[in-house]
Design a protein around this ligand. Structure first.
Ligand code: GDP
Ligand code: MN
Length: 353
C-alpha cells in the first residue's frame, strides 16, 4: 500500500523525523501565505506536472487550489491538497530506506543531488549501505561524509535511527525522502516522502486508516518494480495466474483475489492501486466467474478505461456467469477478450517487448 504524502509525513513525525510545517487543506480560508501547495496523489513527479506550486498571495492561492483540484496527475485527481511552509533551500538531497528483497536486508541509499531529476541517475551512482552492516552512528558518519555535511553528522545519525524505527514499527517496506532539504539556516527537513507499507502486516495495525487503502484484504504486493499486474478471482486461480506470469519470465507485481462479492467499485479500486506501481506495463485479468459476475467485471473495466488516464494495456480472459452480457459490453467499447490465460500472457509479453 502506497501512502499519500501527508499520510507518510504523519508517520515520519511520529518517528520524530522533521517535516515542513503544514496542513491538509479542507477549505480555502485562512491559508497562510506564502506557501507551497502540493497535490495529494499517490504518484511522484508532481513537480514537473503542475502538482507542486509556490504561491505568494491569498488570491494566487485560491486560483491555484481550483486548478490543482481539477488537475489529474498520471491519471489521479487529488481529493486533498497539502499546504506547507516555503523552505529556503540550500541543497536537495535524496535518502531512501527500503527492504532489499534479494538480500533480505534493510538498505539505505542516498544521492547528493536529490529532487525532481533523481530518476535520471544511474543506479550505481547511488551511495548505499545495508543497515546490518554497521552500527547506526557509523552509517551516519559515512552518510555525512558522502553528502559533504560532516557538521550534520549527529543529525544524520539520528535521522537514520529514526528512519529505521519508522520502517520497523510501521511495517514500511520503503521510505523514500526526496528531496531531503538542507535549508539555508542549516535544518534538514523531509520535504517529500513516498512510503509503502507491507499489506500483509495489516493485521498488526488496526490503526491503519488511509485514503488509499488496498482494494481488498486479498491484495498482496509481490514486487514493487513488477512489470505485470494481475487481477483474478479465487485464491487458487489468483496464485495460478501469478505463477503462469512468472513462468513466462515476466515479473508479477501483485497477487489479487477480487473474491466473490466483487463489484464495480472494488474492481476499480484494484485498478487504482495497480496504477501506483511505476513498472507495470500490462494488466492481466483472469476471471472464472461463479458468484462473481463477468458483466460486473466488464463494467469496472470500462469505467477504469474512462476514468484512469494512464491505464496500462489490459489482457482479459473471462469465463462463467453472465459471460455473454460482459462480451457484449466490452465489444461495444472495442475491448477485446482473449481465449485463454496463455494468450493473455503472450500478448502482454509482446507489448512489453
Ligand atoms: P514530486 O515532484 O512529486 O516529487 O514533489 P516534491 O514534493 O518532491 O517537490 C518537487 C520539487 O518542488 C522539489 O524538488 C523542490 O525543488 C520544489 N519544492 C518543494 N517544496 C519546496 C519549498 O518549500 N520551497 C521551494 N523553493 N521549493 C520547493
Ligand atoms: Mn519528491
Amino acid at each position: 500500500m502506497i501512502l499519500l504524502e501527508y499520510e507518510a509525513k504523519q508517520l515520519l513525525q511520529r518517528a520524530t523525523i522533521p517535516t515542513p510545517m503544514g496542513q491538509v487543506l479542507r477549505q480555502t480560508d485562512d491559508l497562510p501565505v506564502p506557501c507551497v501547495l502540493k497535490s495529494q496523489v499517490p504518484v511522484g513527479g508532481r513537480g514537473k506536472l503542475g502538482g507542486v506550486r509556490v504561491v505568494q498571495t491569498t488570491q494566487e492561492a485560491s486560483a491555484a487550489i481550483r486548478t490543482m483540484m481539477e488537475l489529474a496527475i498520471k491519471g489521479h485527481r487529488p481529493r486533498t491538497l497539502l499546504a506547507e511552509e516555503v523552505l529556503d533551500i540550500d541543497r536537495e538531497l535524496y535518502c531512501c530506506l527500503y527492504v532489499d528483497r534479494d538480500k533480505s536486508t534493510l538498505r539505505l541509499i542516498a544521492h547528493k543531488n536529490g529532487g525532481i531529476e533523481i530518476e535520471s541517475h544511474e543506479s550505481d551512482e547511488f551511495w548505499g549501505r545495508d543497515i546490518a552492516e554497521l552500527p547506526d552512528d557509523r552509517i551516519g558518519e559515512a552518510l555525512a561524509e558522502y553528502y559533504s555535511l560532516t557538521e550534520q553528522t549527529f543529525v544524520l545519525q539520528d535521522l537514520i535511527k529514526n528512519l529505521y524505527h519508522c520502517a520497523t514499527q510501521e511495517d514500511a517496506t520503503l521510505i523514500e525522502i526526496n528531496p531531503l532539504i538542507l535549508t539555508r539556516d542549516g535544518r534538514l527537513v523531509a520535504s517529500d516522502c513516498k512510503m509503502e507499507l507491507d499489506d500483509t502486516a495489516r493485521f498488526h495495525h488496526p490503526e491503519w486508516q488511509f485514503e488509499q487503502t488496498a482494494p481488498s484484504a486479498n491484495f498482496v504486493t509481490l514486487n514493487p518494480h513488477g512489470t505485470i499486474a494481475t487481477i483474478a478471482n479465487g485464491a487458487g486461480l489468483a496464485m495460478a495466474t501469478v505463477d503462469a506470469v512468472a513462468s513466462h519470465d515476466l515479473t508479477p507485481a501483485n497477487f489479487l483475489d477480487i473474491g466473490g462479492g466483487a463489484n464495480t467499485e472494488s474492481v476499480l479500486a484494484a485498478f487504482r492501486t495497480i496504477m501506483n506501481f511505476p513498472g507495470v506495463k500490462g494488466i492481466i485479468i483472469n476471471i472464472f466467474a461463479g458468484i462473481t459476475r463477468c458483466d460486473e467485471v466488464a463494467r469496472a473495466i470500462i469505467a477504469a478505461r474512462e476514468q484512469l488516464v494512464d491505464l496500462p494495456p489490459l489482457f482479459i480472459r473471462l469465463a462463467g456467469t453472465n459471460y455473454d452480457e460482459a462480451a457484449d459490453l466490452l465489444a461495444k467499447h472495442h475491448i477485446p477478450i482473449l481465449k485463454s490465460l496463455d494468450d493473455c500472457i503472450i500478448a502482454a509479453k509482446e507489448t512489453i517487448a
